[in-house]
Design a protein around this ligand. Structure first.
Ligand code: GSH
Length: 198
């Protein structure tokens, strides 16, 4: 059985998995799960991932993995998307953990509230906006120093971080205030063969 990716196409966490599989030429079947309709909370879905969240992948032997960054690490095992050098690999992991703790909870949550829950921008929690901007400021410094987040070629850190950064404007963040970030986003979109996010 081919790899199955259970994901919602509106979710950056799910798109990370798709882009990693696409870039590595890994065959898969995409199973669309509409989180807004509660499809990640059905008994069948919860049996696969008790956290009730996408993305989830089902491997050919039926085992499942949740958590976007765990999934992309598994898919990219042994590939050019994970540095072979131990230090660079640790730096890549540093970005992956940072993305989940200090970036996604602000940038992705602001986007979800504005774009999908239709919350007016002015009603966004100030801390969400402040911390989202802090994350973008940190990325701005990093992308001023080097073309990729780690080393001289794309790796999972770029894929993971670009997912919600390229959609940050959906949550009211102004990416033109972060010109290096914007340049980096366009470059990674180019490598991944994505258009510019609407
Ligand atoms: N840390 C998780 C976050 C997953 C997550 O928040 N998934 C959201 C979509 S982006 C979801 O499934 N939400 C539906 C729900 O919680 O019911 C990851 O990186 O995969």
């Amino acid at each position: 059985m081919v790899l199955q990716i259970f994901g919602d196409s509106i979710s950056g966490n799910c798109l990370k998995v798709k882009w990693t599989a696409d870039l590595l030429g890994i065959p898969y079947r995409w199973i669309e799960i509409d989180i807004l309709k509660g499809e990640s909370r059905t008994p069948d879905f919860l049996a696969m991932n008790p956290a009730g969240q996408v993305p989830v992948v089902r491997l050919s032997d039926n085992r499942t993995i949740g958590q976007s960054n765990a999934i992309i690490l598994h898919l990219a095992e042994g590939s050019r998307l994970i540095p072979s050098n131990a230090f660079d690999r640790a730096k890549m992991m540093e970005w992956l953990f940072w993305e989940q703790y200090s970036h996604e909870p602000y940038i992705a949550v602001a986007r979800f509230q504005v774009r999908y829950l239709k919350r007016p921008l002015v009603e966004l929690d100030a801390q969400l906006v402040e911390r989202g901007n802090a994350a973008l400021a940190l990325l701005e410094l990093a992308t001023q120093k080097a073309p990729f987040l780690v080393g001289d070629q794309i790796n999972l850190a770029d894929i993971s971080l670009v997912a919600y950064t390229r959609m940050a404007h959906h949550g009211g963040f102004i990416l033109t205030q972060y010109p290096s970030v914007l340049r980096w986003v366009r470059k990674i979109e180019d490598v991944l063969n994505l258009g510019v996010a609407d």
